[in-house]
Design a protein around this ligand. Structure first.
Ligand SMILES: [Zn+2]
Length: 212
């Protein structure tokens, strides 16, 4: 195990500085490597979001369970695996993060997103949808200011419940879209949201983007 760690080359996705294992903030440029949102991956300068994600998964793997920032590292690792579309490792990372960060809206939202597994919501079974909604609702209870949280809920109502002719529980799809529209969209988060699942309805996609 220690030999594997030594064999890894870790570099800062922002400036390319060679990082030692366990480092959380780049000593050269002060970039925070323990990212809390997926949109931060596109802000690193030195590399693509995918390569930044690969560097962050490696760096997070060097942060041990006893470290006070372990849960933040699991959140960052989950987000990086989500970017890389490795949904199995993303969900495992988020489960560990949520266990220790029950108040993190981001951890709950990204976990819900990772459970979709890159699929079309209407193809998921009802138990999976219930789990996605459970964690998404917790994210919304913790922080209802993020448009993309509301818009993922809107997508589930449209592409699961309405598409299958099932009754929508709680707020209607229209009310949920209204809640999303009332908050400022982060364009990068919306792009990432649409990149992490499959939708076939152009009108639905346009509504999520705020184009209609
Ligand atoms: Zn740096």
């Amino acid at each position: 195990m220690p030999n594997e760690m030594q064999a890894q080359t870790l570099s800062c996705p922002n400036c390319g500085y060679n990082l030692s294992p366990g480092i959380k903030i780049c000593p050269a440029c002060n970039s925070h490597l323990l990212i809390t949102t997926i949109s931060q991956l596109s802000s690193f300068k030195k590399t693509t979001a995918a390569e930044a994600a690969r560097q962050i998964t490696k760096q997070c793997d060097t942060i041990r369970e006893g470290d006070p920032d372990y849960a933040q590292a699991m959140l960052a690792r989950g987000i990086a695996y989500l970017q890389l579309k490795n949904y199995t490792l993303a969900t495992k990372s988020f489960e560990r993060a949520i266990d220790k960060l029950p108040e993190s809206a981001e951890a709950h939202y990204y976990y819900a997103l990772s459970l979709i597994g890159g699929r079309r919501p209407m193809t998921l079974d009802s138990s999976k949808i219930e789990r996605i909604e459970e964690f998404l609702n917790t994210a919304l209870q913790l922080d209802d200011s993020k448009a993309h949280y509301h818009l993922l809920s809107y997508i589930i109502k449209k592409d699961y419940y309405e598409e299958k002719g099932l009754m929508v529980r709680g707020l209607s799809a229209g009310e949920t879209l209204g809640n999303g529209n009332a908050r400022g969209r982060d364009p990068e988060e919306i792009k990432q949201l649409l990149d992490q699942l499959i939708l076939r309805d152009d009108k639905l996609i346009a509504a999520v983007r705020g184009e209609e």
